[in-house]
Design a protein around this ligand. Structure first.
Ligand SMILES: Cc1ncc(COP(=O)(O)O)c(C=O)c1O
Length: 354
């Protein structure tokens, strides 16, 4: 089936199709670590089927869990489905809330929503600094005390793109008290190329660990809001008790199942991102800009003490990247990987400015 977009829809200001294909509105959006490619056609077709059932409350969560179970060689009861992985981040804070203990441990300079969710639920948060742009697992373990309920890890880490390895994770998790929930947010895991990237699902039966994944990044469904969690079945059902019924809509559920079935699309995205990484490494080296080698679909670049000004100048030229001041990295910008055209524009403008 051929999908096409009507002119009336195309003319809506900021309509994403314009951004993705034709750049009619001229903006290059490299600030939110999105997938620069449109979703798989299988996904788009599945959405048309979903339209006929929109009069019903969403079904399909069990089926998505079963598909995920088949993919991972686990059971449906090991999975949680969320309105983006953000819902699952929030759910884990909500479920672990306790009047007597309210400690959370997170990494400073990591994804901002951990701190926001911790504050919403009244946690006392300890923030552990990065060590050489990497998660400091030893310092996180040392920060855990009798008040701690929950610890958040992010692998690969946003915004550095660095990973911690299997051996480090094994040591870390083995050293923790068993009543602390360890959340490992793996939103960018599909992009990780290192063979040492931990196989965290191997730990779910023996440890209180919740792994978070999302359809927003490698599967290109950020606009639909669907993510999933993986945990031991009793932990999964405990966490699920705090979930609002029907929080994930029907279109998202059906599209996620279709996305999961389209391995060809995923491989195309991953090879595109792999090539883009090489493009940025070469371009940044040529400009003598320091960057952090990345296992994700973005790169953290040290541009010096004018980072904020450079971000504003790029904005004036319709190129959006993220200034990292709010993350405590005021010399850095984070560039998400775009299409070849977007990446070239970004580097050209950066060269002009610098
Ligand atoms: C580390 C990390 N976790 C979670 C998310 C949120 O993902 P979702 O779209 O699944 O809510 C993001 C989004 O940028 C992220 O960077």
């Amino acid at each position: 089936m051929k999908l096409s977009i009507s002119d009336s829809v195309k003319n809506i200001p900021y309509y994403p199709k314009a951004m993705m294909y034709g750049h009619e509105d001229g903006w290059i959006r490299l600030s939110s670590n999105e997938n620069p490619y449109p979703p798989s056609e299988k996904v788009m077709e599945s959405i048309l089927d979903a339209l006929f059932a929109l009069n019903r409350y969403p079904g399909g969560e069990k089926e998505l869990k079963d598909d995920l179970a088949a993919r991972y060689g686990l059971a449906g009861g090991n999975f949680l489905i969320g309105n983006g992985s953000n819902e699952l981040i929030e759910m884990s804070f909500r479920a672990m809330k306790n009047d007597l203990r309210n400690g959370a441990v997170i990494t400073e300079s990591s994804f901002a929503f951990y701190d926001i969710a911790a504050r919403i639920y009244g946690y006392e948060t300890k923030k552990v600094p990065l060590s050489g742009m990497r998660t400091d697992l030893a310092a996180l373990a040392a920060a855990i005390d009798e008040n701690t309920r929950i610890v958040f890890l992010n692998n690969p880490m946003n915004p550095t793109g660095t990973i911690f390895e299997e051996k480090e994770f094994e040591r870390f998790i083995g050293s923790l008290p068993r009543d602390v929930l360890v959340v490992v947010d793996e939103a960018y895991a599909e992009f990780a190329e290192s063979r040492k990237f931990p196989k965290t699902t191997a730990y779910i039966e023996d440890f209180p660990v919740l792994i978070l994944r999302t359809f927003s990044k490698a599967y290109g469904l950020a606009g639909l809001r669907v993510g999933y969690g993986i945990a031991g079945s009793s932990l999964a059902s405990f966490l699920e008790r705090t979930k609002q019924p029907f929080s994930v809509n029907l279109i998202a559920l059906i599209a996620a199942r279709a996305a999961l079935s389209d391995e060809t699309y995923l491989q195309k995205v991953l090879s595109g991102i792999g090539l883009t990484k090489v493009f940025y490494y070469n371009a940044l080296k040529e400009m003598s800009l320091e960057y952090v080698p990345t296992e994700a679909n973005f790169v953290l670049v040290r541009v010096g003490n004018k980072a904020e000004e450079i971000t504003k100048k790029l904005f004036d030229r319709k190129v959006l990247v993220r200034f990292m001041g709010a993350y405590g990295l005021p010399d850095h910008i984070r560039i998400s990987f775009g299409t070849p055209y977007e990446n070239t524009r970004c580097i050209e403008e950066l060269k002009r400015i610098i």
